[in-house]
Design a protein around this ligand. Structure first.
Ligand code: BGC
Length: 734
C-alpha cells in the first residue's frame, strides 16, 4: 500500500514536474524558431496590461519587458558619438557609476567629411560594440537631418547638406551597429533642421524637397541599412507633431518603405493619446517625468501611451490590433537584439576602439588652405611653435546636449602636439576664454579678454610659427542642442585675436574645431586653414598626425561654407523661411539646399561642398561612360583615370555630379550621384569606376507622387568638389 502510494505520488510529481517545465519552458525562447514565430508566440501569451506597459518608458532611458515571460527590458542610450554615461532612473544627471566612461568617436560631420563608407562601417561596428558591452540594445543615433543653415545648433551631429552623401554614410553606420545585436535608432524623423523652437515649429515643405532632400538618408537607412528603430522629431510637419504624424510614419515610413522596426518618440515629443495611438508611434519616451516613478505630477503610468491608452482600449475606443502591431515591433526589436542567439559580447574602450576613433578622425580632417606648403610641419622643422586658443585644451566631448559624453580619456590638441613635437618646442597661450558650459544657459567668461590677447600676442611674437586652435564649442548658442547659433561669426572675440596675432607674426595657421561653418574675415590674411571638427578621444593625436604630415589629409567638406550668412538659401528668404514666423516655417529654399543653391544662383561660396586639399596633387582624366544611350532600368558605368602627381602618397574623394539641362521641371545645376575615395601612391595612376543607376537621376514628380526619369540628355561630370569640375560627358535616356 505504502509502495503504491509512493509510486502514485512519484508518478504524479513527475508529471506535475513535466507539466510545470512544459508550462515554464517558453517556446518562443527557442532560438531556432524564426523571429516572426517567436514574436507571435510571445504576443499570444501577453495580457493587455503587459502589452501597453511595453509601449512607454519606465525610466529616462528604458521601457518595460515582460518579467513574467522572461522578455527583457529595452535599454536605449545616446548616441551618436559614444555611449552616454548611466543617468539616474528618473533624472538626466549622471548616476556616478565608475565603469561607464566610454571612447568618444568623431562627431558625424567629421565622419561625413571622410567621404568614406568604410569609415562609417568601422564607426558603426565599433560604437555598436561599446553599446553592446554596456548592455544597451538601442543606440540613439545616427542623426541624418540635412544641414540647411549654418545656424542649426545640432549640425555637428548630422552628416551634412547632401542627401546622397548622407545616405551612403548612414547605411554602413547602421549595418555596423546592428552587427552587434544593437539597434540603431536613426533620428530625427523628419525635418528637424534647427533647434530654434524645435518643440513646436510647424514646417511646410514641398513634397519634392521632402523626397529629394530631407528623406533620402532616412529611406536608405531603412531600406538598405535595415534600421531596427527610428526616432520621431520634435517639430511639426503640416500641423502635426512628427512623433505622431500619420503621413510620415504610417504612410511613408511603414507603408511605402516597409519599415518593420520600432518608431520611438523623441524625449517629450508626444502630445496626444489619439494621435500617438493611431498615427504610427510605437514607443513613447521622455514625457516629462521628473524625479518620480509611478506617482507625482507626470508619472510613467500617465504617459499618453500608458493608462490613458489602456482605458481607451478597455472602453473599445482603440482597437487591440493597432496595439498588437506596436508590440510586435517592440518584440521583434528585442528578439533582434538582447534575445538574439548570436550577438557578440561587445568591447569597451579597447585599444582597437582608440585606433578606430583616431583613423576615422584623421580621414575627416579637411585642409582648406595651404599657401606655400605651410603644412605639413615635419618634426624638427621649427624650434618654437606657439599654440594659441582655448580649443587646444578645452574638452570638446562634454556639452552640446544629449550627445555629451563621459570619456575614458581625451587627447587634447595641445597634448597631441606636445607628444608629436616635444614639450621644449611648444608654448601655449589661451588667447580667449569662452566661459562655463552650462546646460541651456549662456555663461560668459570672467577672464579679461585684453590680457588674454596680450599674453597670446607676446607668445606669437617669439615663435617661428603660430597654430591658432579655435572655432566653436559645445556651449549654449554654439554647437549645441536646444538653441541655434546667433550668428555665423567666430565667438568669444576670436576674430579680434586672430587679427592681433597676425600683426605679431605672419605665420599663423587657423585650425577650427566646430561642426558648423564660420565666417572668416581673415581668410586672405592667414596662410593655412584646417577644418578639424570635433574629433573625440583621439582628437589631439589625429590633428598632430595630419599637421606633421604623418597622415596626408583627405577629408572633404560635407556642407558649403558661405561667405556670409545671407548667402545661405534658407536664410535669404527671411524669417518665414528661417527660423519661422508665428510658429510656422516655410522651406522657401525648396530643393535648392547647400551647393544646389550656390550653383543655381551663381553665388560663390567661401569653400564649396566636396572641397578639401591634400599634401599631394591629383590629375583627373576625362570622364567616359560605357555607352551613350540608356533605358531607365539600366546602370551607367562611369570611368576616368586619377593620377597622384605629387611627391607623397595620398587619398582623393572623387565625385560625380549629374544634371539634366533641358528638364521640364526646375532642376539644380548639378547633384552628387556617386563618389569614391581612392588611395594612390606618389606617381600612381588608377582607373576609377563608378556606377549610377538611371533611376537615381529621377526627380520627384509632385503630380504623380512618384519618381520620374525624363527621356533626353543628362550630363555627368567628374569633379574634385562641387565647384571644381574636371570634365563632362553627355548621355541620352530613352
Ligand atoms: C534629443 C535626442 C536624444 C534624446 C535622449 C532628446 O532631447 O533630441 O536626440 O536622443 O533627447 O537623450
Amino acid at each position: 500500500m505504502r509502495v503504491t502510494r509512493i509510486t502514485i505520488f512519484g508518478i504524479l510529481s513527475i508529471s506535475l514536474f513535466l507539466n510545470f517545465t512544459r508550462a515554464q519552458k517558453p517556446v518562443y525562447l527557442d532560438v531556432k524558431q524564426p523571429i516572426e514565430k517567436r514574436v507571435e508566440q510571445a504576443l499570444s501569451l501577453m495580457t493587455l496590461d503587459e502589452k501597453v506597459a511595453m509601449c512607454h518608458a519606465q525610466s529616462k532611458f528604458s521601457s518595460k519587458g515582460v518579467p513574467r515571460l522572461g522578455i527583457p527590458e529595452v535599454w536605449t542610450d545616446d548616441g551618436p558619438h559614444g555611449i552616454r554615461e548611466e543617468v539616474f532612473w528618473d533624472k538626466w544627471s549622471g548616476a556616478g557609476w565608475t565603469n561607464d566612461s566610454c571612447t568618444a568617436f568623431p562627431a558625424l560631420t567629421s565622419l561625413a567629411a571622410s567621404f568614406n563608407p568604410q569609415m562609417a562601417l568601422l564607426y558603426g561596428k565599433t560604437i555598436g560594440e561599446e553599446a553592446r558591452y554596456r548592455n544597451k540594445n538601442v543606440l540613439l543615433g545616427p542623426g541624418v537631418n540635412i544641414y540647411r543653415t549654418p545656424l542649426n545648433g545640432r549640425n555637428f551631429e548630422y552628416m551634412g547638406e547632401d542627401p546622397y552623401l548622407s545616405s551612403r554614410i548612414v547605411v554602413p553606420y547602421v549595418q555596423g551597429v546592428q552587427q552587434n545585436g544593437v539597434a540603431a535608432c536613426v533620428k530625427h524623423f523628419a525635418l528637424n533642421n534647427q533647434e530654434a523652437d524645435r518643440m513646436s515649429v510647424d514646417v511646410e515643405v514641398s513634397d519634392r524637397a521632402l523626397h529629394e532632400i530631407y528623406l533620402p538618408a532616412f529611406k536608405a537607412a531603412v531600406e538598405e541599412g535595415k534600421a531596427w528603430a527610428i526616432m520621431g522629431s520634435y517639430n511639426q510637419f503640416r500641423g502635426v507633431h512628427c512623433c505622431h504624424n500619420d503621413l510620415l510614419l504610417n504612410k511613408i515610413l511603414k507603408t511605402d518603405w516597409k519599415f518593420d522596426g520600432v518608431v520611438i518618440s523623441d524625449w517629450g515629443g508626444v502630445h496626444n493619446t489619439d494621435q500617438a495611438v493611431n498615427n504610427g508611434l510605437d514607443l513613447e519616451m521622455g514625457t516629462s517625468t521628473n524625479g518620480l516613478t509611478t506617482d507625482g505630477t507626470s508619472p510613467y503610468s500617465e504617459y499618453y501611451l500608458a493608462n490613458p491608452y489602456l482605458r481607451g482600449l478597455k472602453s473599445g475606443k482603440y482597437s487591440e490590433s493597432v496595439l498588437n502591431d506596436k508590440v510586435r515591433r517592440i518584440l521583434r526589436l528585442i528578439f533582434r537584439t538582447t534575445m538574439s542567439a548570436d550577438h557578440p559580447f561587445g568591447k569597451f574602450v579597447s585599444p582597437e576602439h582608440s585606433e578606430a576613433s583616431r583613423k576615422i578622425a584623421e580621414e575627416g580632417i579637411v585642409l582648406l588652405k595651404n599657401n606655400k606648403q605651410f603644412f605639413p610641419i615635419p618634426v624638427g622643422k621649427y624650434q618654437k611653435i606657439a599654440v594659441i586658443g582655448e580649443n587646444a585644451t578645452r574638452s570638446l566631448v562634454i556639452g552640446g546636449g544629449s550627445s555629451s559624453l563621459k570619456v575614458a580619456y581625451e587627447v587634447s590638441p595641445l597634448k597631441g602636439l606636445i607628444q608629436k613635437y616635444g614639450k621644449d618646442h611648444i608654448t601655449f597661450s589661451k588667447g580667449y576664454a569662452s566661459g562655463e558650459n552650462e546646460y541651456n544657459k549662456e555663461v560668459g567668461s570672467q577672464q579679461n579678454a585684453d590680457s588674454l590677447i596680450n599674453a597670446a600676442v607676446a607668445t606669437a611674437k617669439d615663435a617661428d610659427v603660430v597654430l591658432f586652435i579655435g572655432g566653436l564649442n559645445k556651449n549654449h548658442f554654439q554647437d549645441s542642442e536646444g538653441a541655434d547659433r546667433k550668428s555665423m561669426d567666430l565667438p568669444f572675440g576670436q576674430d579680434k585675436l586672430i587679427a592681433a596675432l597676425l600683426k605679431a607674426n605672419k605665420n599663423v595657421a587657423v585650425i577650427l574645431l566646430s561642426g558648423n561653418a564660420v565666417s572668416m574675415p581673415w581668410v586672405n590674411e592667414v596662410p593655412a586653414i584646417v577644418q578639424a571638427w570635433y574629433l573625440g578621444s583621439e582628437a589631439g593625436n589625429a590633428i598632430a598626425n595630419v599637421l606633421s604630415g604623418e597622415v596626408n589629409p583627405s577629408g572633404k567638406l560635407p556642407f558649403s561654407f558661405p561667405k556670409k550668412l545671407d548667402d545661405n538659401a534658407a536664410i535669404s528668404f527671411g524669417q518665414i523661411s528661417y527660423p519661422g514666423l508665428d510658429g510656422k516655417e516655410e522651406y522657401k529654399d525648396d530643393i535648392l539646399v547647400g551647393y544646389r543653391w550656390f550653383d543655381t544662383k551663381k553665388i560663390t561660396p567661401l569653400f564649396a561642398f566636396g572641397y578639401g586639399l591634400s599634401y599631394t596633387t591629383f590629375e583627373y582624366g576625362k570622364i567616359t561612360t560605357d555607352k551613350k544611350l540608356y533605358t531607365p532600368d539600366e546602370t551607367v558605368k562611369v570611368s576616368f583615370t586619377l593620377k597622384n602627381t605629387g611627391k607623397v602618397d595620398g587619398a582623393e574623394a572623387t565625385q560625380v555630379y549629374v544634371s539634366e539641362p533641358k528638364a521640364t521641371v526646375m532642376r539644380p545645376v548639378k547633384e552628387l550621384k556617386a563618389f569614391k575615395k581612392v588611395f594612390l601612391k606618389a606617381g600612381e595612376t588608377q582607373t576609377i569606376e563608378l556606377e549610377i543607376k538611371v533611376k537615381d537621376m529621377a526627380f520627384y514628380n509632385e503630380t504623380t507622387q512618384s519618381w520620374t526619369v525624363e527621356p533626353g540628355e543628362f550630363v555627368l561630370r567628374n569633379a574634385a568638389s562641387s565647384n571644381d569640375v574636371k570634365s563632362s560627358v553627355s548621355i541620352q535616356i530613352k
